[in-house]
Design a binder for this molecule. Structure first.
Ligand code: FES
Ligand SMILES: [Fe+2]
Length: 421
C-alpha cells in the first residue's frame, strides 16, 4: 500500500469511532502493523522459569517471524531471529528445548549461545565467521518477565521496568513457576483483540464470572454499585498505603505506552478466585492475602497482573491479518506443588473462562467488521482507553508528515488508564 492510499484511509477515520474495515482485514495494513509496531516495540515474550537453566531455549512466533529466546551458559538471556546466516533456514524447529550450541539442520552451521558462528564447513579462503552471527533481538528481563524488541534501536524501557519493579516487586515474580498455560488461536485481527482487552464496557453482560469477582465489573451500570465501589476503593487505599507498598497507579504519558494500577478486588475477596478464597501459597514477600490485584497494560498487546497468590501474564500475538494467538500463563510460588498446594484449574479459573468468552466476542466482532455493510461505529465514554489505543496506533503507522506539516496532536486524547480488568 502506498503512502498516499494509507494516508487517505487514516484520514477517513473519525476520532471517537472504530477503524474502517481495511484496518481489520487488509494484508498490506497488517504488514505495515508488523513493520511499524511489532518489529519496533517492546513485547512481553515469556517468563524466566520457562528457560530456567543454561541452554534452555524457547521460540516466540511473532506473525511470520520466529525468535529464539536462549538462556546462555553465562546466565544471560538473549534472543535471536531463528534464521540461519547461510541460506536462511530456520535453525530451531522445536518450540522449546535444550542446546548449548545451535546447529542449523540444513548444512550444519553451528552457532554458540551468544549467537556467534563457530563452525561452517567448506567455506572459501577469507570467509569471515565473525560477520555471520545470528541477528540479535534486544532483551530486557524485569521481575522475571522477559521482554524483547526486534528493533536495532529500541525505544526506552527504563520507565516501564521501573514501574513494574516498584509495583510488582513484593510478589517476587522471578521466584515463581508456571502453573498453567492456555493458548487460543482467535479468528480476529490483533486490533479487534486489543480493543476488547482495553475496555470493560462489555464486561457486565458477557463476563458473569469476572463480574462475580471484580466489583467494578457492573459498577458503571448502577449508580449505587458505583458509589459502593468508590467507597470500598478509597477505604482500601487508605489502609494499603500504611504498608508502604504503592497503591493507585501510573497513568500513560506522552512518552510512555503503559498504564498500571493496583486496586482491591471486592469486599471479602482475598484473591481473584471463584469465591475469593486463596488458591495457592502466598507469593514473594507477602505476609497475608491483601485482596488486591496489580495490573500493567503495555501497548500494544500485553497485559500482566498479580494477586497475592498467583500471577497471570497475557500475550496477544498477531499471526496473520485475521488471526491472533492468545496465550495466558499463570504463575505460582516456585516451591508450590500442583495437586498439593494448588489446583491449576482453580488458579486459572477466572481468566481461563473470561478469555474463552472474549475469544468468542472477538470472532463475532471480526465477522462483523468484515461485512460489506460494516461502517465504523462510535465508542462509548467508558471506551476512552480504546480511543487512546487507536489514536496511538494510527500515529505509529502513519506515513511521515510532509516537511512543515505538524503531526496530529494527542493533547486532547483521553487518558489510557482505567481499572485493571
Ligand atoms: S541454511 Fe543453515 S547451514 Fe545452510
Ligand atoms: Fe472481556
Amino acid at each position: 500500500m502506498d503512502d498516499a492510499t494509507l494516508a487517505a484511509l487514516i484520514g477517513q477515520r473519525r476520532t471517537g469511532f472504530t477503524l474502517p474495515r481495511a484496518f481489520y482485514t487488509d494484508p498490506a495494513i497488517f504488514e505495515r502493523d508488523l513493520e511499524h509496531i511489532f518489529m519496533r516495540q517492546w513485547l512481553f515474550a515469556g517468563h524466566i522459569s520457562q528457560i530456567a537453566q543454561p541452554g534452555d531455549y524457547r521460540l516466540y512466533q511473532l506473525a511470520d517471524e520466529s525468535l529464539i529466546l536462549l538462556h546462555g551458559s553465562d546466565g544471560v538471556i538473549r534472543a535471536f531471529f531463528n534464521v540461519c546466516r547461510h541460506r536462511g533456514s530456520r535453525i530451531c524447529r522445536d518450540e522449546a528445548g535444550q542446546a548449548h550450541r545451535l546447529v542449523c539442520p540444513y548444512h550444519a552451521w553451528v552457532y554458540d549461545d551468544t549467537g556467534a558462528l563457530i563452525q561452517a564447513r567448506h567455506m572459501p579462503e577469507g570467509f569471515e565467521r565473525g560477520a555471520y552471527g545470528l541477528q540479535p533481538v534486544q532483551v530486557q528481563v524485569v521481575e522475571g518477565l522477559i521482554f524483547v524488541c526486534a528493533a536495532a534501536d529500541p525505544p526506552p524501557f527504563g520507565q516501564i521496568a521501573g514501574d513494574i519493579a516498584r509495583f510488582f516487586g513484593p510478589y517476587q515474580l522471578a521466584e515463581t513457576r508456571v502453573a498453567h498455560v492456555e493458548r487460543h488461536l482467535v479468528a480476529a485481527n490483533w486490533k479487534v483483540v486489543a480493543e476488547n482487552f482495553f475496555e470493560c464496557y462489555h464486561c457486565s453482560h458477557t463476563h458473569p464470572e469476572f463480574c462475580s469477582v471484580m466489583s467494578y465489573g457492573r459498577a458503571p451500570d448502577s449508580p449505587r454499585a458505583s458509589r459502593e465501589r468508590a467507597a470500598f476503593v478509597a477505604e482500601w487505599h487508605a489502609q494499603a498505603q500504611a504498608s508502604g507498598w504503592p497503591t493507585g497507579g501510573v497513568d500513560m504519558t506522552e512518552d510512555s505506552i503503559h498504564t498500571l494500577a493496583r486496586t482491591p478486588i471486592r469486599p471479602g475477596y482475598l484473591t481473584q478466585s471463584e469465591g475469593g478464597g486463596p488458591v495457592a501459597p502466598l507469593l514473594g514477600r507477602l505476609t497475608g492475602y491483601d485482596g488486591a490485584v496489580t495490573a500493567v497494560q503495555c501497548y500494544p498487546v500485553n497485559w500482566l497482573l498479580a494477586c497475592s497468590d498467583h500471577a497471570m501474564l497475557a500475550r496477544f500475538t498477531p499471526r496473520d491479518p485475521t488471526h491472533t494467538e492468545l496465550m495466558l500463563t499463570w504463575l505460582v510460588q516456585r516451591d508450590a506443588r500442583p495437586g498439593h498446594d494448588y489446583d491449576p484449574l482453580a488458579v486459572s479459573w477466572l481468566w481461563r473462562v473470561t478469555a474463552i468468552e472474549d475469544a468468542t466476542i472477538c470472532e463475532d466482532n471480526q465477522r462483523g467488521v468484515t461485512s460489506r455493510r460494516y461502517v465504523p461505529g462510535p465508542y462509548a465514554s467508558s471506551e476512552s482507553s480504546v480511543e487512546h489505543l487507536i489514536a496511538w496506533y494510527l500515529r505509529q503507522i502513519a506515513p511521515a508528515a510532509p516537511a512543515g506539516q505538524a503531526a496530529q496532536s494527542d493533547a486532547d486524547a483521553p487518558s489510557g488508564i482505567r481499572e485493571p480488568r
